[in-house]
Design a protein around this ligand. Structure first.
Ligand SMILES: [Ca+2]
Ligand SMILES: [Ca+2]
Length: 179
């Protein structure tokens, strides 16, 4: 029974990967399954590093009553830019999404739009070794398909400054223009 469930889940995962690669075929886009263990900042090994503006990376993962936290380490430290994070959860599962700092402290909570959890206009400065963590937290429900965490990095221009949610992280000269 257990083995069958694992096979079914891996088939679904393969289908999701295929769909994702077709849907985003015209842009720079990647997708991989999550890597467990990823329940704490310290045990989360891989880095989802963004090195081009317009780049999209997708993570496919599962949270459940047996695995309530998934963290993903994200970096744009060599290029900087503006992140958009969108979590497409299994509709049967109630989840929350957050951005955390390098110590695992929550900085922002996602808002919901049509069942999608979103954090938009998050400014990431170009700063060596600066990483963030996207945190997916399970609340309730029984998953039957993996979630997709879609992450996109775009370039920053001063005309976007008013929409940035973390204005305190903008360069000082741009903060001054906003005053
Ligand atoms: Ca997981
Ligand atoms: Ca986990």
């Amino acid at each position: 029974m257990k083995k069958r469930l694992i096979i079914a889940l891996s088939t679904i995962l393969a289908l999701v990967l295929l769909v994702a690669s077709v849907a985003y075929a015209d842009s720079v886009s990647y997708g991989w399954p999550e890597e467990e263990p990823n329940n704490t900042v310290d045990e989360t090994r891989g880095v989802w590093d963004f090195t081009e503006h317009g780049e999209v990376q997708n993570i496919f993962g599962v949270v459940s009553s047996a695995d309530t936290i998934d963290l993903a380490r994200v970096s744009a430290s060599t290029i900087g830019g503006v992140f958009t994070f969108e979590l497409y959860p299994d509709p049967n599962v109630d989840v929350d999404m957050y951005i955390c700092d390098e110590d695992g402290n929550v900085i922002y909570q996602a808002y919901e739009q049509n069942g999608v959890k979103k954090i938009t206009n998050f400014y990431a400065p170009k700063e060596p070794w600066l990483d963030y963590f996207i945190k997916v937290v399970y609340n309730s429900g029984v998953p039957s398909i993996p979630y997709t965490l879609k992450m996109r990095l775009d370039g920053f221009s001063p005309s976007m400054a008013n929409d940035i949610i973390n204005k305190q992280d903008l360069p000082l000269d741009i903060q001054k223009q906003l005053e």
